[in-house]
Ligand binder design. Structure first.
Ligand SMILES: Cc1cc2nc3c(=O)[nH]c(=O)nc-3n(C[C@H](O)[C@H](O)[C@H](O)COP(=O)(O)OP(=O)(O)OC[C@H]3O[C@@H](n4cnc5c(N)ncnc54)[C@H](O)[C@@H]3O)c2cc1C
Length: 390
């Protein structure tokens, strides 16, 4: 049992952990050190804020099943002083499309997802065409559509709701930068902050997202998590796509409705994906050369569209296997890492918060076992292969 927990980083991961800790045990003291209460550069505020069960590993599916349940009941769970937060959850579904080359994997993933309780349906091209009149299915073999449990929401709203509830339950938020970590052998003793304070801790949690590597380095640990810029383009179009889901093209380009407009993006090719690119710039070439042609092919009505707005955020990218690293490093007894979610951390925030709080309070997972995401696989070169990284 840990009495004083310091959490570095108060985005969705840090705030979810703070909330679950205080909700589970009001005697545990929780201090969240978050350098920017506006979250201007935080991934949680800059993401596409969507949730799906269409993953290829059982644990990712189960984490998102808990995620959707949490989001559906967020008003009751995170109510503060009679105010029930709303995050505009819209269960519009994901639509993963496959060409003949990807059909077997799509079917395999679908079988696993439905076995675990996800509500997805497989459609042949003619059925896709009937359901989504605006879709070009010429080169497709199948599509998997999230009938319920998948969709999008207000990601910034989720962070704020978790933070406010954690604070209402007694977690303390300090607006300061973590600048140093004091380690005595296998134990972290203090966290130093830019406000000149030193914070003693029984447990430290590294929840600093795309900056996790710097915090890990302060403890002498090398974590394979890098800041990889991803751009989102908000486009308007005269096209009216009835029942538009979040569509994942076989190329990896995605789009989804955002009010009366759409947001769209894709990951750059791996050989053109350097670390730490500035967030005040956007990859317009990627839009012109990859995204727009792909959208116009998949949805002919998108031939006419206009970029209204765009922004960039960081994926906290685990270059080892694109899955989160959650748990203790074998060299340090009292630090828990919750890093490297690689593009799906918002939806995994609730399950991570619950799991890490269990690990701290009980020394083990008591609900969903997250132990396969621990450091062992990284240090022993046993990657978890997730086929549906977007
Ligand atoms: C373009 C884009 C689209 C995405 N789309 C989705 C999606 O559709 N669905 C999904 O589930 N996920 C999505 N993600 C991923 C998701 O946003 C992240 O996985 C998730 O937000 C990570 O949360 P976090 O709390 O770890 O990181 P953050 O939200 O970045 O929080 C980390 C916090 O640590 C703070 N910090 C860093 N260093 C220090 C320090 N030294 N001292 C004090 N504080 C510090 C930062 O200020 C920050 O607030 C997307 C990400 C991007 C960039």
């Amino acid at each position: 049992m840990s009495s004083h927990v310091v959490i570095a980083g108060g985005g969705v991961i840090g705030s979810s952990i703070a909330y679950f800790l205080r909700a589970s045990d009001p005697t545990v003291s929780v201090t969240v050190i978050e350098r920017d209460p506006t979250y201007a550069k935080s991934s949680s505020a800059l993401s596409a804020a969507s949730i799906r069960q269409q993953f290829s590993t059982p644990l990712s599916i189960q984490m998102s099943l808990f995620g959707i349940d949490f989001l559906r009941h967020i008003g009751d769970r995170l109510e503060v002083d009679g105010h029930k937060p709303s995050i505009d959850l819209h269960e519009g579904g994901y639509l993963f499309l496959a060409t003949p080359g990807g059909e077997a994997t799509l079917r395999e993933n679908h079988a696993l997802q439905t076995r675990l309780g996800a509500n997805n349906a497989l459609h042949a091209p003619h059925a896709l065409q009937a359901k989504f009149h605006w879709l070009n299915v010429d080169d497709l073999a199948a599509g998997a559509y999230g009938v319920s449990g998948e969709g999008w929401f207000d990601g910034y709203g989720l962070v704020q709701a978790l933070r406010k509830k954690a604070q209402a339950l007694g977690a303390r938020y300090v607006a300061a930068e973590v600048t140093g970590i004091e380690r005595d052998g296998r134990k972290i003793t203090h966290v130093q902050a830019g406000n000149g304070e030193r914070y003693a801790c029984d447990t430290l949690v590294n929840a600093t997202g795309a900056w996790a590597r710097r915090i890990a380095a302060m403890m002498g640990i090398d974590i394979p998590v890098y800041a990889r810029r991803r751009s989102i383009f908000n486009v308007s179009s005269p096209a009216r796509l009835t029942n538009s889901p979040l569509l994942i093209d076989p190329t990896g380009v995605y789009f989804r409705p955002e009010g009366k407009t759409y947001i769209t993006g894709t990951s750059p090719s791996p050989d053109n994906d350097p670390d730490d690119l500035p967030l005040d710039e956007v990859d317009h070439d990627l839009f012109d050369e990859v995204i727009w042609p792909t959208l116009a092919h998949r949805v002919p009505q998108f031939e006419a569209l206009r970029v209204e707005n765009c922004w960039s955020g960081y994926y906290e990218y685990n270059v080892f296997d694109h899955n989160a690293i959650i748990g203790h490093h074998p060299d340090i007894d009292n630090c828990i890492f919750a890093n490297g979610f690689s593009g799906h951390g918002l939806q995994q925030g609730p399950a991570t918060g619950r799991g890490v709080s269990e690990l701290i309070l009980n020394g083990r997972y008591t609900t969903l076992d997250l132990s396969s995401l621990n450091w062992d696989r990284v240090l022993n070169n046993r990657p978890i292969v997730e086929k549906n990284v977007v």
